[in-house]
Design a protein around this ligand. Structure first.
Ligand SMILES: C[S@@+](CC[C@H](N)C(=O)[O-])C[C@H]1O[C@@H](n2cnc3c(N)ncnc32)[C@H](O)[C@@H]1O
Length: 220
């Protein structure tokens, strides 16, 4: 018998597998397998209600602003590949491929498990790299998404590495309690000043209990 509050992988796996059978949803099915293979407590953070709400907000705003057809997307600070899985799962989108780029090598196997079918058919790759030193000249993506801007020490320098006109989706927040959040902002205006995009096509904020998330969609 598991104590209340402890983490029982079988319990979570069984429920998720049941929900996957009921909903026939691939993201839930992959999540069930991933929880069983990689029982990391922070998977629950990556899939918590606030994280998913912010990714659903991103999907809707991206579709409304730039449409749904993208040949090649880079997701920077892609963590466990949740956003990639949600984008592939959304029938409004037609996406050739996604590279999920994260500096933490521990993200690769989890992200590939969450995007199992797309990994197998070559449309998803989890790559270990520092987003602040990426080169965009050899294989430039059609869209760059960075929902981890609060982790980037100098956002305008990181964005300055991209070719002019590159389409971007950026999220940041005002959650300063995390030590890795070195670049938080307190308002959309401050986020715009930090990013210095050539063109802003969408700006919005999502208020949650402990923090506010800010989003910009536009061109570098
Ligand atoms: C906690 S997660 C995602 C937080 C984000 N607010 C979100 O909701 O998607 C932040 C990720 O950014 C990654 N990261 C931080 N600095 C990075 C860098 N310079 N290059 C690539 N990934 C980085 C971390 O390893 C981590 O997986």
């Amino acid at each position: 018998m598991t104590e209340p509050g402890s983490f029982d992988t079988d319990f979570v796996f069984d429920i998720l597998r049941g929900v996957a059978a009921f909903t026939r949803n691939d993201v839930v099915a992959n999540l069930a397998t991933t929880v069983a293979r990689f029982p990391r407590p922070d998977l629950a953070v990556a899939f918590n209600q606030k994280q998913i709400a912010s990714k659903a907000w991103l999907r809707d705003s991206l579709f409304d602003t730039l449409g749904g057809a993208f040949e090649h997307i880079w997701v920077l600070g892609g963590w466990y590949g949740v956003l990639s899985a949600l984008l592939f799962d959304d029938p409004r989108f037609s996406i050739g491929g996604i590279d999920s780029i994260d500096v933490d090598p521990g993200c690769v196997s989890v992200a590939e498990s969450l995007n199992a079918a797309m990994t197998a058919n070559g449309r998803f790759k989890a790559i270990t790299a520092d987003m602040e030193t990426l080169s965009y000249h050899e294989a430039a993506p059609t869209l760059v998404i960075n929902t981890s801007c609060e982790h980037v020490a100098d956002l305008s320098v990181a964005l300055g590495r991209m070719p002019a006109g590159m389409k971007v989706v950026l999220q940041s927040n005002n959650y300063r309690r995390e030590p890795d959040h070195v670049s938080c902002v307190d308002s959309l205006d401050e986020f715009e000043d930090q990013a210095r995009l050539a063109k802003v096509l969408f700006r919005g904020q999502l208020v949650t209990k402990n923090y506010t998330r800010f989003m910009l969609i536009g061109e570098r």
